[in-house]
Design a protein around this ligand. Structure first.
Ligand code: ADP
Ligand code: MG
Length: 697
């Protein structure tokens, strides 16, 4: 048996179960092994019924005295109630909608059940076990002790219950333990495991699924989280080292008249932050080690001008530059700004997107290949095979988190002409990423920050309002529209959903244009529209042919419409802080006073806390830290957007110390020939996709 074998090789898993498991991302035995419990049930002790305390999660053991079934409600729900006694008292246990249980739960049988103790009928007096988490019917003469312990609880889906998971995990672990050595291969070098006191990998897997006590569980978790962080760090550091070692970067020259000319032509002077980052960029570009720099800066902090300067620098040194934006409209915006800002120079700028004609594309490809264009601005289209630069000196990617690491590498691998030197790489992101996160996600990049906004910006004033104020809010939007100003209205969903009673973009759009905004040009844009349709609406908004834009979060990425002064977010509690902050960055881009109105009726403390933090601060980094604290890293990045493997067990927020240890260990490993040759094949097989260019080192 190999860990890479299909999940179907496991006893008890047929094609049907395999399909359900696949939905959870479990395809191989290893996937199952690393499907870590979401939580644990402490069933290490049985509570006598007489000692039940309402509100506590307990395990009770008793003999079934009575079984009753009834139907209730409009939907004819089946309610099955069983009374069990253990000599100290009686307790009711209730199941909903599980009619098949009736035949199993017969009077006289012994039952182990775990759930929450509460007063029956909402009153005092008799107790019941509600929210049953698990139960076991004991066979005649069976000893209950084997059912006591700490049990794993897995995130499950329809058709796969806890009993299934526990059994499957047991079977897998048992067969791994009984099989030949090395079936759970060690992935940490001995020196690392020893230095950080980490338990063996095979024991960690046994323990994480079936811990005997809390201390063991903690040690197993620590070991597995360390492993996860360590391997990612090794991969990222290896990428960085490789780029360094090849020493094939371009040494840009320091002096440059064209650059000075462009700087002088700007309608502003650089802020101190911008100057600092610009110095860092220059230092990188002037060294012959390829630059790999991430520039983080809040929306509107002025990163684009840094990209422009860097591109001018590479052009002045005889190279070409490329800048890649995540959407067509953003690319077009950069194209317009750059064309304007470079108008006094001989620099030739090209625009490449999926939407130009075949002929335009052919022409541009030819000009790129013959160095008849200096700067190419584009979308993903830049990554197509036909795009071959004559002498690529610098690659800028905007809004990095939308591109995967691999995608980024595609362009970077293009050598700069015959010299085959690696181009410099400059990544801009407006997502303020907390430090710990940066280390995990961008471990292969050096980081610069533009922390302060340019002077003269009017801060956006932010308010939190309940839904009963909507008529007033939209009346304000109407007055703004009549005065020629524009507004965004953001909704959490595209269309009406049965499950959730949330305002959808479609509904709000209709409500407004047929109601309070009648006669005002309104537009609707959401993620399910075709790209071309989306771009058309955005373009109309950009040109102020649309005054009020109703949307889902597709506007999040940096569109620049300085005339937009109002942002209304419906059901604001549904969004993350960082996301709301990004949205808010769409307004306050001009000299006009801007207002952000967060509509929410939520009464939960976290929701209120989050929204009030947002109203109180404009600092994206602070908000990002708060968001991470309140919502955890999974939510923070959204599904797989960052193009790195998801963390399965480590938690960059809670495990900061572990992350720093893992980072140190990874650094040490890169300095040790022996350890590195141990880890390298493991990285290659682990991160095939993400780190494919590691494999052929
Ligand atoms: P980002 O890309 O970081 O979101 P931009 O580069 O688009 O921000 O800058 C936002 C706006 O601020 C632009 O209109 C830009 O011209 C302006 N800007 C940039 N730097 C400065 C500065 N130092 N002083 C004044 N305005 C600036
Ligand atoms: Mg930008």
């Amino acid at each position: 048996m190999k860990l890479s074998d299909s999940i179907q090789t496991l006893k008890g898993v047929g094609p049907k179960k395999a399909r359900l498991l696949a939905r959870l991302g479990i395809v191989s035995l290893e996937d199952l092994l690393t499907y870590y419990p979401r939580s644990y049930e402490d069933q290490s002790a049985v509570t006598p019924i007489a000692q039940l305390v309402p509100g506590e999660r307990v395990t009770v053991a008793g003999v079934i005295a009575q079984v009753a079934e009834k139907q209730a409600g409009r939907r004819r729900m089946t309610i099955l109630t069983v009374v069990i006694g253990d000599g100290t008292g009686y307790v009711r246990v209730t199941w909903f909608n599980q009619p098949f249980l009736k035949n199993k739960l017969q009077a006289g049988r012994r039952l182990f059940v775990t759930g929450k103790a509460a007063y029956a009928y909402g009153g005092r007096g008799q107790m019941e076990i509600s929210q049953v988490q698990s139960y076991v019917l004991l066979e005649d003469g069976e000893d209950g002790a084997s059912h006591l312990g700490i049990f794993p609880v897995y995130a499950s889906t329809d058709g796969l219950n806890q009993t299934f998971f526990r059994k499957a995990m047991r079977t897998l672990l048992d067969s791994l333990a009984n099989g030949a050595d090395g079936e759970i291969p060690e992935v940490l070098p001995e020196s690392v495991a020893a230095r950080y006191h980490l338990m063996a990998r095979c024991i960690a897997f046994q323990t994480i699924h079936f811990p005997k006590n809390a201390e063991e569980l903690q040690a197993a978790r620590r070991r597995l989280a360390f492993e996860e962080l360590y391997l990612i760090q090794c991969g990222l550091l290896l990428l960085k080292k490789q780029a360094r070692e090849q020493q094939q970067g371009i040494r840009h020259l320091a002096s440059s008249t064209m650059l000075r000319q462009v700087l002088a032509g700007l309608p502003f002077s650089l802020t101190d932050d911008q100057k600092q980052v610009w110095r860092e960029i220059c230092r990188d570009m002037e060294s012959d080690v390829p630059m790999r720099r991430l520039v983080q800066g809040d929306v509107g902090s002025g990163k684009t001008v840094l990209a422009l300067l860097a591109l001018v620098k590479t052009v002045e040194n005889g190279f070409q530059g490329a800048i890649m934006a995540p959407t067509e409209i953003l690319a077009r915006q950069h194209f317009e700004t750059f064309t304007k800002q470079l108008s006094g120079t001989p620099i030739r700028v090209g625009f490449l997107s999926g939407h130009i004609t075949a002929k335009e594309k052919r022409d541009l490809y030819a000009r790129i290949a013959s160095h008849d264009v200096d700067i190419v601005i584009g979308t993903h289209a830049l990554l197509q095979a036909g795009v071959q630069f004559a002498a690529l000196g610098l690659v800028v990617t905007d809004e990095q988190h939308r591109f995967g690491v691999t995608q980024r590498a595609t362009l970077e691998q293009q050598g700069a002409g015959q010299s085959m030197r690696l181009p410099d790489v400059f990544v801009m992101t407006a997502t303020p990423i907390p430090r710990t996160m940066t280390l995990t996600v961008y471990g292969d990049l050096d980081v610069s920050q533009v922390r302060h906004l340019p002077p003269g910006r009017k801060p956006v004033r932010t308010f939190v309002r309940t839904t009963d104020r909507r008529p007033l809010i939209y009346k304000y939007v109407r007055t703004q529209a009549e005065a020629g100003r524009q507004s965004y209205v953001v909704c959490p969903l595209v269309e009406q959903s049965d499950e959730e009673d949330l305002p959808s973009a479609e509904e709000v759009y209709d409500e407004l244009r047929y109601g309070i905004l009648r006669g005002i040009p309104c537009g609707l844009v959401h993620g399910r529209m075709k790209d071309a349709e989306k771009e058309a609406v955005m373009q109309a908004f950009y040109e102020n042919r649309i005054r009020v834009l109703v949307s889902t979060t597709v506007i999040e990425v940096g569109v620049n419409v300085p005339n937009a002064t109002t942002l209304v977010v419906e059901h604001a509690d549904r969004f993350g802080l960082a996301q709301l902050h990004q949205l808010r960055g769409r307004i306050g881009r001009g000299s006009l006073a801007s207002y952000c109105i967060l509509v929410s009726d939520s009464r939960t403390d976290t929701a209120r806390e989050r929204l009030s933090i947002l109203a109180a601060t404009q600092d994206g980094f602070q908000l990002a830290e708060e968001d991470l604290r309140l919502r955890g890293p999974g939510q923070f990045f959204g599904a797989r957007q960052h193009g790195l493997p998801d963390l399965k067990i480590a938690d960059v927020l809670r495990d900061t110390d572990l992350l720093l240890d893992a980072r140190q260990a990874a650094q040490d490993t890169l300095g040790s020939k022996e350890d590195l040759s141990f880890v390298r094949p493991i990285l290659a097989s682990l991160y095939q996709e993400q780190f494919e260019h590691i494999t052929d080192v």
